[in-house]
Design a protein around this ligand. Sequence first.
Ligand code: MSP
Length: 472
Amino acid sequence: MNKKTYLTTPIYYANASPHIGTAYTTIAGDVWQRFQLQHKKESFFLTGTDEHGLKIEKKAQDLKMKPQELVDKISAEFQYLWKKLEIANTHFIRTSDIKHQKIVQAVLDDFFQKGIIYKGKYEGLYCVGCEQFKNPSDLIEGKCPDHNIKPELVQEESYLLKMSEKQSELINKIKTDQLKIRPLKYKKEILSFLENQVLEDIAISRPQVKWGIPLPFDSQHTTYVWLDAFLSYLTGFGWKGPQDKKRGKEISSHFFHLIGKDILRVHATIWPIILMHLNLELPQKIFVHGHILSRGKKMSKSLGNVISLEEMLEKFNVEATRYLLLSAGSFGEDVDVTLERITEKYNADLANGLGNLVSRVISLNKNLKVSIPEKKELGNFQLFLEKKLRFDKALEEIWKIIEESNVYIEKNRPWELMKSNQKKYKKVMSILTSNLFLIADLIQPFMPQTALEIEKSLKNNQATILFPRIIK
Ligand code: MSP
Protein backbone atom coordinates (compact mmCIF):
# COMPACT_ATOMS: atom_id res chain seq x y z
CA MET A 1 0.00 0.00 0.00
CA ASN A 2 1.40 3.34 -1.00
CA LYS A 3 0.09 5.42 1.85
CA LYS A 4 1.05 9.02 2.28
CA THR A 5 2.38 10.38 5.57
CA TYR A 6 2.88 13.80 7.10
CA LEU A 7 5.35 12.91 9.82
CA THR A 8 6.20 15.35 12.61
CA THR A 9 8.51 15.65 15.59
CA PRO A 10 7.47 18.05 18.33
CA ILE A 11 8.84 21.52 17.75
CA TYR A 12 11.59 22.12 20.27
CA TYR A 13 11.64 25.02 22.72
CA ALA A 14 14.21 27.52 21.56
CA ASN A 15 15.39 28.28 25.09
CA ALA A 16 18.26 25.78 25.19
CA SER A 17 20.54 23.96 22.77
CA PRO A 18 19.65 20.50 21.46
CA HIS A 19 20.78 17.56 23.58
CA ILE A 20 20.62 13.82 23.10
CA GLY A 21 17.06 13.70 24.46
CA THR A 22 15.75 16.03 21.76
CA ALA A 23 17.99 14.40 19.14
CA TYR A 24 16.40 11.04 20.04
CA THR A 25 12.92 11.93 18.69
CA THR A 26 14.40 13.60 15.64
CA ILE A 27 16.68 10.69 14.70
CA ALA A 28 13.80 8.26 15.19
CA GLY A 29 11.65 10.37 12.85
CA ASP A 30 14.45 10.52 10.33
CA VAL A 31 14.94 6.75 10.32
CA TRP A 32 11.23 6.22 9.82
CA GLN A 33 11.13 8.81 7.04
CA ARG A 34 14.16 7.34 5.25
CA PHE A 35 12.55 3.90 5.41
CA GLN A 36 9.43 5.29 3.72
CA LEU A 37 11.43 6.93 0.96
CA GLN A 38 13.59 3.85 0.50
CA HIS A 39 10.37 1.90 -0.09
CA LYS A 40 9.03 4.53 -2.49
CA LYS A 41 6.25 5.70 -0.19
CA GLU A 42 5.25 9.33 -0.13
CA SER A 43 6.22 10.92 3.14
CA PHE A 44 6.90 14.47 4.31
CA PHE A 45 8.83 15.15 7.47
CA LEU A 46 8.52 18.26 9.61
CA THR A 47 10.54 19.44 12.57
CA GLY A 48 11.15 22.92 13.94
CA THR A 49 11.44 25.26 16.89
CA ASP A 50 8.83 26.53 19.36
CA GLU A 51 9.81 30.13 19.91
CA HIS A 52 7.24 31.93 22.07
CA GLY A 53 6.08 31.93 25.67
CA LEU A 54 7.12 32.71 29.18
CA LYS A 55 9.96 30.22 29.36
CA ILE A 56 11.74 31.89 26.46
CA GLU A 57 10.88 35.38 27.66
CA LYS A 58 12.47 34.58 31.05
CA LYS A 59 15.55 32.96 29.56
CA ALA A 60 16.15 35.98 27.31
CA GLN A 61 15.80 38.27 30.34
CA ASP A 62 18.36 36.22 32.28
CA LEU A 63 20.78 36.40 29.37
CA LYS A 64 20.04 40.10 28.81
CA MET A 65 19.10 39.34 25.23
CA LYS A 66 16.06 40.20 23.17
CA PRO A 67 13.80 37.14 22.86
CA GLN A 68 14.08 37.31 19.07
CA GLU A 69 17.89 37.25 19.29
CA LEU A 70 17.76 34.26 21.60
CA VAL A 71 15.41 32.23 19.42
CA ASP A 72 17.37 33.11 16.26
CA LYS A 73 20.50 31.80 17.88
CA ILE A 74 18.98 28.61 19.28
CA SER A 75 16.95 27.81 16.19
CA ALA A 76 20.13 28.12 14.11
CA GLU A 77 21.81 25.64 16.46
CA PHE A 78 18.99 23.15 16.00
CA GLN A 79 19.14 23.49 12.25
CA TYR A 80 22.92 23.13 12.24
CA LEU A 81 22.94 20.07 14.47
CA TRP A 82 20.07 18.37 12.70
CA LYS A 83 22.02 18.71 9.42
CA LYS A 84 25.08 17.32 11.07
CA LEU A 85 23.03 14.37 12.34
CA GLU A 86 21.91 13.73 8.74
CA ILE A 87 18.29 14.61 9.46
CA ALA A 88 16.58 14.75 6.08
CA ASN A 89 13.51 16.76 7.09
CA THR A 90 11.47 18.15 4.24
CA HIS A 91 10.45 21.28 6.18
CA PHE A 92 11.64 23.23 9.22
CA ILE A 93 9.10 25.50 10.91
CA ARG A 94 9.85 28.40 13.23
CA THR A 95 6.89 29.82 15.12
CA SER A 96 8.32 33.35 15.02
CA ASP A 97 7.96 33.20 11.24
CA ILE A 98 5.56 35.98 10.23
CA LYS A 99 3.52 33.76 7.91
CA HIS A 100 2.90 31.30 10.74
CA GLN A 101 1.93 34.10 13.14
CA LYS A 102 -0.61 35.52 10.69
CA ILE A 103 -2.27 32.12 10.29
CA VAL A 104 -2.44 31.64 14.07
CA GLN A 105 -4.21 34.99 14.28
CA ALA A 106 -6.62 33.98 11.51
CA VAL A 107 -7.51 30.82 13.46
CA LEU A 108 -8.06 32.84 16.63
CA ASP A 109 -10.31 35.27 14.78
CA ASP A 110 -12.28 32.42 13.27
CA PHE A 111 -12.73 30.72 16.67
CA PHE A 112 -13.65 33.99 18.38
CA GLN A 113 -16.28 34.81 15.77
CA LYS A 114 -17.79 31.35 16.14
CA GLY A 115 -17.83 31.56 19.94
CA ILE A 116 -15.35 28.69 20.27
CA ILE A 117 -13.15 31.13 22.15
CA TYR A 118 -14.76 33.38 24.74
CA LYS A 119 -13.62 35.75 27.47
CA GLY A 120 -13.53 34.48 31.02
CA LYS A 121 -11.41 34.04 34.13
CA TYR A 122 -8.86 31.36 34.69
CA GLU A 123 -7.23 30.11 37.81
CA GLY A 124 -4.66 27.37 38.05
CA LEU A 125 -1.16 26.19 38.88
CA TYR A 126 1.18 27.03 36.02
CA CYS A 127 4.46 25.22 35.44
CA VAL A 128 6.64 27.36 33.23
CA GLY A 129 8.88 24.38 32.42
CA CYS A 130 5.93 22.55 30.85
CA GLU A 131 4.20 25.78 29.81
CA GLN A 132 1.07 24.10 31.16
CA PHE A 133 -1.49 24.41 33.90
CA LYS A 134 -1.18 21.37 36.14
CA ASN A 135 -3.74 19.40 38.10
CA PRO A 136 -2.81 19.25 41.79
CA SER A 137 -2.83 15.44 41.38
CA ASP A 138 0.00 15.70 38.80
CA LEU A 139 2.36 17.16 41.39
CA ILE A 140 4.70 15.34 43.72
CA GLU A 141 5.20 17.15 47.03
CA GLY A 142 3.75 20.22 45.36
CA LYS A 143 6.34 20.17 42.57
CA CYS A 144 6.18 19.36 38.87
CA PRO A 145 7.96 16.00 38.61
CA ASP A 146 9.44 16.79 35.19
CA HIS A 147 10.96 20.13 36.16
CA ASN A 148 11.32 19.86 39.90
CA ILE A 149 9.78 23.30 40.45
CA LYS A 150 6.70 24.54 42.28
CA PRO A 151 4.11 25.77 39.78
CA GLU A 152 2.92 29.29 40.30
CA LEU A 153 -0.71 30.10 41.17
CA VAL A 154 -2.16 32.16 38.34
CA GLN A 155 -5.50 33.95 38.52
CA GLU A 156 -6.20 36.08 35.53
CA GLU A 157 -8.68 37.24 32.98
CA SER A 158 -8.19 35.22 29.91
CA TYR A 159 -9.73 33.88 26.73
CA LEU A 160 -10.88 30.29 26.97
CA LEU A 161 -11.20 27.54 24.37
CA LYS A 162 -14.20 25.23 24.53
CA MET A 163 -13.12 21.69 25.32
CA SER A 164 -15.76 19.61 27.07
CA GLU A 165 -18.33 19.69 24.24
CA LYS A 166 -15.90 17.60 22.17
CA GLN A 167 -14.95 15.18 24.93
CA SER A 168 -17.23 12.25 24.09
CA GLU A 169 -16.39 12.44 20.38
CA LEU A 170 -12.71 12.44 21.31
CA ILE A 171 -13.06 9.44 23.60
CA ASN A 172 -14.87 7.55 20.86
CA LYS A 173 -12.21 8.36 18.25
CA ILE A 174 -9.43 7.18 20.52
CA LYS A 175 -11.29 4.06 21.63
CA THR A 176 -12.02 2.98 18.06
CA ASP A 177 -8.50 3.79 16.88
CA GLN A 178 -9.69 6.43 14.43
CA LEU A 179 -7.05 8.34 16.34
CA LYS A 180 -4.48 5.64 17.10
CA ILE A 181 -2.35 6.15 20.17
CA ARG A 182 0.52 3.73 20.46
CA PRO A 183 2.06 1.83 22.27
CA LEU A 184 -1.23 0.59 23.73
CA LYS A 185 -0.35 1.44 27.31
CA TYR A 186 -0.45 5.14 26.37
CA LYS A 187 -3.85 4.73 24.72
CA LYS A 188 -5.11 3.15 27.96
CA GLU A 189 -3.51 5.86 30.06
CA ILE A 190 -5.16 8.66 28.11
CA LEU A 191 -8.55 6.93 27.99
CA SER A 192 -8.54 6.46 31.71
CA PHE A 193 -7.69 10.16 32.11
CA LEU A 194 -10.45 11.24 29.72
CA GLU A 195 -13.08 8.94 31.18
CA ASN A 196 -12.53 10.07 34.74
CA GLN A 197 -12.92 13.81 34.47
CA VAL A 198 -14.65 16.49 32.54
CA LEU A 199 -12.22 18.44 30.38
CA GLU A 200 -12.19 22.03 31.50
CA ASP A 201 -12.13 24.81 28.94
CA ILE A 202 -8.53 25.96 28.74
CA ALA A 203 -6.94 29.39 28.76
CA ILE A 204 -5.54 30.14 25.32
CA SER A 205 -4.21 33.58 26.14
CA ARG A 206 -1.89 35.05 28.75
CA PRO A 207 -2.18 38.73 29.67
CA GLN A 208 1.12 38.73 31.59
CA VAL A 209 3.28 37.26 28.86
CA LYS A 210 4.68 39.73 26.37
CA TRP A 211 6.62 37.35 24.13
CA GLY A 212 3.89 35.78 22.07
CA ILE A 213 1.50 36.33 19.19
CA PRO A 214 -0.98 39.11 20.11
CA LEU A 215 -4.64 38.11 19.99
CA PRO A 216 -6.08 39.84 16.92
CA PHE A 217 -9.17 40.94 18.86
CA ASP A 218 -7.43 41.97 22.10
CA SER A 219 -3.84 43.15 21.88
CA GLN A 220 -3.47 43.10 25.69
CA HIS A 221 -3.22 39.31 25.48
CA THR A 222 -0.76 37.02 23.78
CA THR A 223 -1.59 33.55 22.46
CA TYR A 224 -0.99 30.54 24.69
CA VAL A 225 2.20 28.94 23.42
CA TRP A 226 0.75 25.44 22.97
CA LEU A 227 -2.01 26.66 20.64
CA ASP A 228 0.61 28.55 18.63
CA ALA A 229 2.85 25.46 18.61
CA PHE A 230 0.18 22.94 17.59
CA LEU A 231 -0.82 25.01 14.58
CA SER A 232 2.77 24.75 13.35
CA TYR A 233 2.04 21.11 12.44
CA LEU A 234 -0.29 22.53 9.79
CA THR A 235 1.49 25.74 8.80
CA GLY A 236 4.80 23.87 8.54
CA PHE A 237 3.32 21.81 5.72
CA GLY A 238 2.00 24.85 3.88
CA TRP A 239 -1.55 25.20 5.24
CA LYS A 240 -2.85 28.72 4.62
CA GLY A 241 -5.48 29.06 7.36
CA PRO A 242 -9.10 28.19 8.22
CA GLN A 243 -10.29 28.78 4.64
CA ASP A 244 -7.75 26.32 3.27
CA LYS A 245 -9.93 23.28 3.93
CA LYS A 246 -8.62 21.10 1.13
CA ARG A 247 -4.98 21.21 2.14
CA GLY A 248 -5.93 21.15 5.82
CA LYS A 249 -7.80 17.87 5.36
CA GLU A 250 -5.11 16.39 3.18
CA ILE A 251 -2.46 17.08 5.83
CA SER A 252 -4.44 16.33 8.98
CA SER A 253 -5.77 12.99 7.73
CA HIS A 254 -2.21 11.76 7.09
CA PHE A 255 -0.59 13.08 10.27
CA PHE A 256 1.77 10.81 12.12
CA HIS A 257 3.04 12.53 15.26
CA LEU A 258 6.07 11.33 17.19
CA ILE A 259 6.15 12.66 20.73
CA GLY A 260 7.69 12.04 24.13
CA LYS A 261 5.45 10.76 26.91
CA ASP A 262 5.63 14.08 28.80
CA ILE A 263 3.55 15.78 26.10
CA LEU A 264 1.00 13.04 25.45
CA ARG A 265 -1.87 14.59 27.38
CA VAL A 266 -1.82 17.89 25.47
CA HIS A 267 -1.44 16.04 22.17
CA ALA A 268 -4.36 13.75 22.92
CA THR A 269 -6.69 16.48 24.19
CA ILE A 270 -5.99 20.08 23.12
CA TRP A 271 -4.65 19.22 19.68
CA PRO A 272 -7.44 16.94 18.41
CA ILE A 273 -10.02 19.35 19.81
CA ILE A 274 -8.42 22.24 17.90
CA LEU A 275 -8.62 20.09 14.76
CA MET A 276 -12.29 19.30 15.45
CA HIS A 277 -13.06 22.99 15.91
CA LEU A 278 -11.36 23.64 12.56
CA ASN A 279 -13.48 20.90 10.95
CA LEU A 280 -10.35 19.03 9.94
CA GLU A 281 -9.50 15.35 10.27
CA LEU A 282 -7.81 13.81 13.29
CA PRO A 283 -4.26 12.48 13.05
CA GLN A 284 -3.91 8.84 12.00
CA LYS A 285 -1.47 8.05 14.71
CA ILE A 286 0.37 9.49 17.68
CA PHE A 287 3.34 7.41 18.67
CA VAL A 288 4.67 8.01 22.15
CA HIS A 289 8.24 7.31 23.21
CA GLY A 290 9.88 7.09 26.60
CA HIS A 291 12.58 9.37 27.90
CA ILE A 292 16.29 9.15 27.82
CA LEU A 293 17.30 9.07 31.43
CA SER A 294 20.55 9.83 33.06
CA ARG A 295 21.06 8.39 36.50
CA GLY A 296 17.36 7.56 36.67
CA LYS A 297 16.04 11.04 35.85
CA LYS A 298 14.83 12.52 32.55
CA MET A 299 17.79 14.07 30.82
CA SER A 300 17.03 17.76 30.58
CA LYS A 301 18.76 21.09 30.63
CA SER A 302 16.67 22.21 33.58
CA LEU A 303 17.83 19.25 35.67
CA GLY A 304 21.45 19.66 34.53
CA ASN A 305 22.13 15.97 33.82
CA VAL A 306 22.63 16.22 30.10
CA ILE A 307 25.13 14.42 27.87
CA SER A 308 25.77 17.01 25.22
CA LEU A 309 25.38 16.11 21.60
CA GLU A 310 28.76 17.64 20.82
CA GLU A 311 30.35 15.36 23.40
CA MET A 312 28.75 12.32 21.83
CA LEU A 313 29.54 13.35 18.28
CA GLU A 314 33.13 13.99 19.21
CA LYS A 315 33.58 10.64 20.88
CA PHE A 316 31.73 8.58 18.27
CA ASN A 317 30.83 9.71 14.79
CA VAL A 318 27.43 10.84 13.55
CA GLU A 319 26.37 7.43 12.31
CA ALA A 320 27.42 5.68 15.49
CA THR A 321 25.52 8.29 17.51
CA ARG A 322 22.35 7.52 15.54
CA TYR A 323 22.87 3.78 16.07
CA LEU A 324 23.70 4.05 19.75
CA LEU A 325 20.68 6.17 20.62
CA LEU A 326 18.16 4.01 18.77
CA SER A 327 19.59 0.70 19.93
CA ALA A 328 19.73 1.75 23.59
CA GLY A 329 16.33 0.27 24.44
CA SER A 330 12.66 -0.02 23.60
CA PHE A 331 11.46 3.26 22.05
CA GLY A 332 8.19 3.30 24.02
CA GLU A 333 9.97 2.89 27.39
CA ASP A 334 12.47 4.98 29.30
CA VAL A 335 16.11 4.15 28.64
CA ASP A 336 18.97 5.01 30.91
CA VAL A 337 22.04 6.10 28.97
CA THR A 338 25.58 6.39 30.30
CA LEU A 339 28.72 7.10 28.31
CA GLU A 340 30.36 3.95 29.69
CA ARG A 341 27.53 1.73 28.52
CA ILE A 342 27.28 3.17 25.04
CA THR A 343 31.06 3.03 24.59
CA GLU A 344 30.92 -0.69 25.36
CA LYS A 345 28.09 -1.12 22.88
CA TYR A 346 30.02 0.83 20.26
CA ASN A 347 32.99 -1.50 20.59
CA ALA A 348 30.91 -4.67 20.64
CA ASP A 349 28.39 -3.94 17.89
CA LEU A 350 30.09 -1.46 15.61
CA ALA A 351 33.85 -1.98 15.93
CA ASN A 352 33.89 -5.74 16.52
CA GLY A 353 30.57 -6.66 14.93
CA LEU A 354 29.82 -4.68 11.78
CA GLY A 355 33.21 -3.01 11.22
CA ASN A 356 35.09 -6.26 11.63
CA LEU A 357 32.79 -8.18 9.30
CA VAL A 358 33.09 -5.58 6.54
CA SER A 359 36.87 -5.46 6.66
CA ARG A 360 37.20 -9.26 6.82
CA VAL A 361 34.88 -9.93 3.90
CA ILE A 362 36.50 -7.31 1.71
CA SER A 363 40.02 -8.45 2.43
CA LEU A 364 39.06 -12.11 1.83
CA ASN A 365 37.28 -11.36 -1.39
CA LYS A 366 40.44 -11.39 -3.51
CA ASN A 367 39.96 -10.70 -7.21
CA LEU A 368 36.37 -11.84 -7.21
CA LYS A 369 33.60 -10.00 -8.95
CA VAL A 370 30.65 -9.15 -6.75
CA SER A 371 27.10 -9.16 -7.95
CA ILE A 372 24.35 -7.26 -6.21
CA PRO A 373 21.77 -9.73 -4.96
CA GLU A 374 18.04 -9.28 -5.35
CA LYS A 375 16.39 -7.31 -2.58
CA LYS A 376 15.14 -9.48 0.24
CA GLU A 377 12.33 -8.42 2.53
CA LEU A 378 12.64 -9.28 6.17
CA GLY A 379 9.16 -9.59 7.65
CA ASN A 380 10.06 -8.88 11.25
CA PHE A 381 12.41 -6.10 10.37
CA GLN A 382 9.74 -4.09 8.59
CA LEU A 383 7.16 -4.81 11.27
CA PHE A 384 9.50 -3.64 14.03
CA LEU A 385 10.67 -0.54 12.19
CA GLU A 386 7.58 0.72 10.46
CA LYS A 387 4.66 -0.41 12.61
CA LYS A 388 5.95 -0.96 16.12
CA LEU A 389 8.79 1.57 16.07
CA ARG A 390 10.93 -0.93 17.94
CA PHE A 391 14.12 0.39 16.40
CA ASP A 392 16.17 -1.68 18.85
CA LYS A 393 14.50 -4.89 17.65
CA ALA A 394 14.81 -3.96 13.97
CA LEU A 395 18.53 -3.43 14.56
CA GLU A 396 18.78 -6.77 16.36
CA GLU A 397 17.42 -8.44 13.20
CA ILE A 398 20.31 -6.92 11.24
CA TRP A 399 22.82 -7.86 13.90
CA LYS A 400 21.69 -11.47 13.71
CA ILE A 401 22.87 -11.52 10.09
CA ILE A 402 26.15 -9.90 11.13
CA GLU A 403 26.76 -12.51 13.81
CA GLU A 404 25.76 -15.38 11.55
CA SER A 405 28.13 -14.10 8.88
CA ASN A 406 31.01 -13.84 11.33
CA VAL A 407 30.34 -17.42 12.49
CA TYR A 408 30.08 -18.57 8.86
CA ILE A 409 33.56 -17.18 8.14
CA GLU A 410 35.05 -19.03 11.10
CA LYS A 411 33.35 -22.25 10.08
CA ASN A 412 34.28 -22.18 6.41
CA ARG A 413 37.74 -20.60 6.69
CA PRO A 414 37.76 -18.99 3.22
CA TRP A 415 41.47 -18.05 3.60
CA GLU A 416 42.19 -21.82 3.38
CA LEU A 417 39.58 -22.54 0.72
CA MET A 418 41.23 -19.87 -1.42
CA LYS A 419 44.20 -22.22 -1.83
CA SER A 420 42.52 -25.63 -1.63
CA ASN A 421 39.07 -25.35 -3.19
CA GLN A 422 38.42 -22.41 -5.51
CA LYS A 423 34.86 -23.49 -6.29
CA LYS A 424 33.80 -23.60 -2.66
CA TYR A 425 35.78 -20.45 -1.93
CA LYS A 426 33.76 -18.58 -4.58
CA LYS A 427 30.50 -19.92 -3.21
CA VAL A 428 31.34 -18.93 0.37
CA MET A 429 32.43 -15.46 -0.67
CA SER A 430 29.34 -14.96 -2.76
CA ILE A 431 27.17 -15.73 0.28
CA LEU A 432 29.20 -13.34 2.41
CA THR A 433 29.15 -10.47 -0.07
CA SER A 434 25.41 -10.97 -0.59
CA ASN A 435 24.95 -10.73 3.16
CA LEU A 436 26.92 -7.49 3.22
CA PHE A 437 24.78 -5.99 0.48
CA LEU A 438 21.69 -7.01 2.41
CA ILE A 439 23.09 -5.50 5.62
CA ALA A 440 23.92 -2.26 3.78
CA ASP A 441 20.39 -2.11 2.43
CA LEU A 442 18.81 -2.68 5.85
CA ILE A 443 20.96 -0.24 7.80
CA GLN A 444 20.49 2.49 5.21
CA PRO A 445 17.74 4.37 7.14
CA PHE A 446 19.79 4.17 10.35
CA MET A 447 23.27 4.84 8.97
CA PRO A 448 22.98 6.17 5.42
CA GLN A 449 26.69 6.98 4.95
CA THR A 450 27.85 3.64 6.30
CA ALA A 451 25.48 1.87 3.94
CA LEU A 452 26.93 3.76 0.99
CA GLU A 453 30.45 3.10 2.12
CA ILE A 454 29.89 -0.64 2.45
CA GLU A 455 28.42 -0.81 -1.03
CA LYS A 456 31.24 1.26 -2.48
CA SER A 457 33.95 -0.85 -0.80
CA LEU A 458 32.31 -4.02 -2.04
CA LYS A 459 32.01 -2.81 -5.60
CA ASN A 460 35.58 -1.48 -5.72
CA ASN A 461 37.02 -4.24 -3.57
CA GLN A 462 38.60 -1.61 -1.41
CA ALA A 463 39.38 -2.12 2.24
CA THR A 464 37.78 0.27 4.70
CA ILE A 465 37.83 0.80 8.44
CA LEU A 466 34.36 1.86 9.46
CA PHE A 467 34.36 2.04 13.22
CA PRO A 468 37.78 2.14 14.89
CA ARG A 469 37.80 0.74 18.40
CA ILE A 470 37.55 3.24 21.21
CA ILE A 471 39.81 2.60 24.14
CA LYS A 472 38.33 3.58 27.52
N1 MSP B 1 7.69 22.76 22.51
C1 MSP B 1 7.05 21.62 23.07
C2 MSP B 1 6.44 20.75 22.00
C3 MSP B 1 5.43 21.41 21.11
S1 MSP B 1 4.86 20.34 19.87
C4 MSP B 1 3.52 21.08 19.23
C5 MSP B 1 8.08 20.82 23.87
N2 MSP B 1 9.34 21.04 23.58
S2 MSP B 1 10.59 20.33 24.30
O1 MSP B 1 11.75 20.88 23.66
O2 MSP B 1 10.49 20.48 25.71
O3 MSP B 1 10.45 18.80 24.05
C6 MSP B 1 10.33 18.33 22.75
C7 MSP B 1 10.40 16.83 22.69
O4 MSP B 1 11.67 16.39 23.14
C8 MSP B 1 9.35 16.12 23.54
O5 MSP B 1 8.78 15.06 22.79
C9 MSP B 1 10.14 15.54 24.67
O6 MSP B 1 9.58 14.36 25.14
C10 MSP B 1 11.46 15.29 23.96
N3 MSP B 1 12.53 15.19 24.93
C11 MSP B 1 13.06 16.16 25.73
N4 MSP B 1 13.93 15.59 26.60
C12 MSP B 1 13.97 14.25 26.37
C13 MSP B 1 14.64 13.17 26.91
N5 MSP B 1 15.50 13.31 27.91
N6 MSP B 1 14.43 11.95 26.37
C14 MSP B 1 13.59 11.74 25.30
N7 MSP B 1 12.93 12.74 24.78
C15 MSP B 1 13.09 13.99 25.30
O7 MSP B 1 7.68 20.01 24.68
